[in-house]
Write a protein of this length. Sequence first.
Length: 84
Amino acid sequence: MGLALVVAGVALVFIGALMMVLGALTTPGTSGGLVVFVGPIPVVASWGEQGPILAALGVIIAVAMMVAVYIMLLRWVRVGRAVQ
């Protein structure tokens, strides 16, 4: 089951990237945004007409990811204390 999910995830990322490239080639004015985590620090970038909106969305995604990681770490610490 785990390997199937990894393969499905990689396939979805590849299909999404392909759709983005095809869309950029057919549309003259494109906008885009990205969030890259460099260690614990998120880097948000955007371009085009919709850039500010996409940057704000990227910041929201980055904050949500940091909160999710924090919650997972709290659970991991609690489980570690319960085992000892």
